[in-house]
Design a protein around this ligand. Structure first.
Ligand code: AMP
Length: 124
């Protein structure tokens, strides 16, 4: 898939749209989700143009991959959810229901989040 330079996160990275930054380094930006689904809801994105986790896993350098994973821990510490726990999600493609075509990891926490997806069959 070709990277769309006009996606909303590309505009955030270019400074065309404001964001509430939580954490930043050379490779990643983490900011508050505009429509939070939990008391803590932060998005972590690579600064380079990767469409999805598939694209990132294929093309990102080791340094970029490492920085993204490290940022998960940094954000959890900054938002004070590392002890109680949290959920990290990267929706990918059509079945994953990814809306914004720039890789992002959701960090959700601050309360018990409940079931992630419905079971295929409910248990008897
Ligand atoms: P996804 O469905 O995994 O692609 O998630 C996209 C996320 O981006 C949603 O949780 C939106 O609330 C969030 N979002 C969209 N626009 C903005 C924005 N301008 N600033 C922060 N978060 C945004």
């Amino acid at each position: 898939m070709t990277y769309d330079l006009n996606n909303i996160f590309a505009k955030i990275l270019r400074g065309e749209i404001p964001n509430k930054t939580v954490y930043e380094n050379d490779h990643v930006l983490a900011f508050e989700d505009i429509n939070p689904q939990a008391p803590v809801h932060v998005l972590i994105i690579p600064k380079e143009p990767y469409v999805s986790m598939m694209d990132f896993s294929e093309r990102a350098t080791q340094e970029e991959q490492s920085a993204l994973i490290k940022a998960v821990g940094e954000v959890a510490r900054i938002k004070n959810i590392s002890t109680d726990g949290f959920r990290s999600i990267a929706n990918t493609g059509e079945h994953g229901m990814q809306e914004v075509p720039h890789l992002h990891i959701h960090i959700l926490g601050g309360r018990r989040l409940g079931q992630m997806v419905k079971p295929l069959k409910s248990r008897p």
